[in-house]
Design a protein around this ligand. Structure first.
Ligand SMILES: [Zn+2]
Length: 212
């Protein structure tokens, strides 16, 4: 890769958009895996979970997204003189940490792209930790690639509609239905319903039909 040439403006826009969407990718990947049923067991009828190998792949992708975004946040923050608490980041939950990292990177993309020879601790092909010197452009392109990989995993969930009815579990209007799926997911509390069950809980007509 010719890192000295950097990225053209169109690519830069593309990368910024991808970085901005990574936190949402992360959440969608999480929904894609399926939910643990503890605490919401009464709603859990028909919950579908991915088979374990697929699940591990998706979790690995989630982890890579967080690692890559966080890895670049520290040098970017340092170059801009903005605070970034590495220790705090290490202790933070991955979702909010990723949002924080992606906001920082998207807002300061030219700084990321200008970084050269940043030493980073990475896993090599033999699963050993090694220090590699990498450029910001490599990081930007890897974040773009991670967004694309998430898109491919989530392609099966495409055409997702936000439903107007509030979630029966949390009351927030954040329930989404993937076209043709027999389940719906609440983006707010994460509960998952079988479609018929959801209709019964939210649509008075569905209840009447059943009673008659
Ligand atoms: Zn909810």
């Amino acid at each position: 890769m010719n890192t000295s040439a950097g990225l053209c403006l169109a690519d830069e826009r593309h990368v910024r958009q991808a970085i901005t969407r990574l936190p949402e990718d992360y959440v969608r990947l999480h929904l894609h895996i399926g939910r643990a049923t503890s605490g919401t067991a009464e709603f859990a009828t028909g919950t579908k979970e991915l088979p374990v190998p697929l699940r591990l792949d998706v979790e690995g992708l989630q982890r890579e997204i967080v690692e890559e975004a966080v890895r670049w946040s520290e040098p970017v923050a340092e170059a801009c003189g903005v605070p970034w608490d590495t220790q705090h980041a290490r202790d933070s939950r991955p979702g909010p940490l990723l949002t924080q990292a992606c906001t920082l990177l998207a807002d300061r993309l030219p700084v990321l792209l200008a970084l050269r020879d940043v030493p980073q601790l990475v896993w090599d092909v033999d699963h050993q930790r090694t220090v590699l010197e990498r450029d910001g452009v490599d990081g930007a392109l890897r974040l773009l690639d991670l967004h694309h990989r998430a898109g491919r995993v989530l392609a099966v969930d495409r055409k997702i509609y936000r439903l107007p009815e509030p979630c029966p579990a949390c009351g927030v209007s954040a329930v989404e239905h993937a076209d043709g799926a027999d389940i719906v997911d609440c983006r707010d509390c994460g509960v998952r319903f079988v479609w018929d069950d959801f209709r019964r809980r939210t649509d008075p007509l569905a209840r009447l039909e059943e009673a008659s």
